[in-house]
Design a binder for this molecule. Structure first.
Ligand code: SF4
Length: 377
């Protein structure tokens, strides 16, 4: 199946249908259509495959709030860093992406160099195993992610409980995608003609959870997989809707996404988490879009066990990550891009995360052209 999806001939065939359709849509709209991919993995796949430059001039692809590290609020980043700095007796467990994300005055990486204990884990289950093997250590796992990650983190709490571990807790910064898309689509300044919906998130939520995109906002949407062919197909299905004047939420990833999603994963999320208001980078407070552990699991809630307060946490000076995440600008429009901000010296999280728009563009697109020209041509 994967070989078929990676077949260059199939890609060429889809592209040969896509480009004339994109031109037709551009003629109808009076400008190239703008589609937003709402998934950091899509952002990377688009950059890596060179799809953006293949479509330049007839179709523009922009990133949205789909990178979980990038949308984590600066205040939350500062809280984790402050915890790591103040409590060298704790082991802060995290996915690798968070290590180099700059806080206001430091980063986890810098705190680790100063003696903080920060461990990289590839899964929350690995963090639980570590806690079980190090009973004298107190492990705080950073729960950063969307509906895709939250069930695994909930299961890690379940595993810690069943093993009667008292030295494992979760600092939950989880967020849910549909709620922030409602805020995004309500923005009158947004000029997006279609959404490429996150395939991984939809495997949990189901396609139906995103019906509102087309029914409430009249914007075409397609759930997409992660191969270049999947993304071309999603663009094709969006263009077809634009050309025929329709707006529907279509499942372009039926090999993994169901109408209702994964009920087991949804149930475990509901059992362990409750929706709360949270800050998103670039969006501010988004009501009921965060996931906090339910009170009955407070023994495993690092926000309860190790409360931290930080003073004001302004975004890094000059960093335009907020506007990148809202699709208002593209990475190369940021004046710091490839000048003061590079993967080696990142100013904002979008240049650090493996799913960040600025990192993707820098690594796969800008570095090839060496130019700061607009993405999408
Ligand atoms: S280039 Fe750097 S400073 Fe500019 S938006 Fe991207 S991450 Fe932020």
């Amino acid at each position: 199946m994967l070989n078929k999806l990676r077949d260059p001939e199939l890609g060429k065939r889809i592209l040969s249908k896509l480009v004339p359709l994109a031109r037709e849509a551009a003629r109808l709209l009076g400008r190239p259509a703008i589609f937003m991919e709402v998934c950091g993995t899509h952002t990377m796949a688009i950059a890596r495959s060179g799809l953006r430059s293949l479509l330049a001039g007839s179709l523009e692809l922009r990133s949205g709030p789909g990178c979980p590290v990038c949308v984590t609020d600066q205040g939350d980043i500062d809280k984790v860093i402050a915890l790591a700095a103040a409590r060298h007796d704790l082991v802060i467990g995290t996915f690798g992406d968070m290590l180099r994300v700059p806080g206001t005055n430091s980063s986890l990486e810098q705190e680790r160099a100063r003696g903080a204990r920060v461990e990289i884990f590839y899964s929350p289950a690995e963090a639980v195993t570590f806690a079980a093997g190090h009973p004298r250590d107190e492990v705080v796992f950073l729960g950063v992610g969307f509906e895709t990650t939250a069930p695994a983190v909930a299961l890690s709490v379940a595993a810690a409980r069943s093993r009667d571990l008292k030295n494992y807790s979760v600092l939950s910064f989880h967020k849910t995608v549909p709620t922030v898309l409602e805020i995004l689509l309500s923005d009158p300044e947004l000029k997006i003609d279609g959404l490429i919906l996150p395939g991984h998130v939809c495997t949990v939520t189901g396609r139906k959870a995103f019906d509102f995109v087309s029914t409430k906002f009249n914007v075409p949407a397609v759930v997409a997989g992660f191969e270049p062919v999947d993304l071309m197909e999603a663009a094709y299905l969006l263009l077809k809707q634009i050309v025929s004047g329709r707006a529907e939420t279509v499942n372009g990833y039926p090999r993994l996404v169901r109408e209702e999603g994964n009920n087991k994963a949804k149930e475990i999320m509901k059992e362990y988490f409750k929706p709360v208001d949270v800050q998103w980078r670039g969006f501010g407070m988004v009501p009921q879009s965060g996931l906090a552990l339910q009170e009955r699991f407070s023994l495993y809630d690092a926000a309860v066990k190790f409360p931290v307060e930080v003073s004001e946490s302004p975004p890094p000076r000059g960093c335009a990550c907020g506007d990148v995440l809202k699709g208002k600008i593209v990475s190369s429009d940021c004046p710091l891009f490839a000048r003061k901000c590079t993967p080696l010296q990142p100013v904002g999280p979008c240049m650090v995360s493996t799913e960040g728009a600025c990192a993707a563009y820098y690594q796969y697109e800008w570095s090839k052209t060496g130019s700061r020209g607009n993405i999408g041509g």
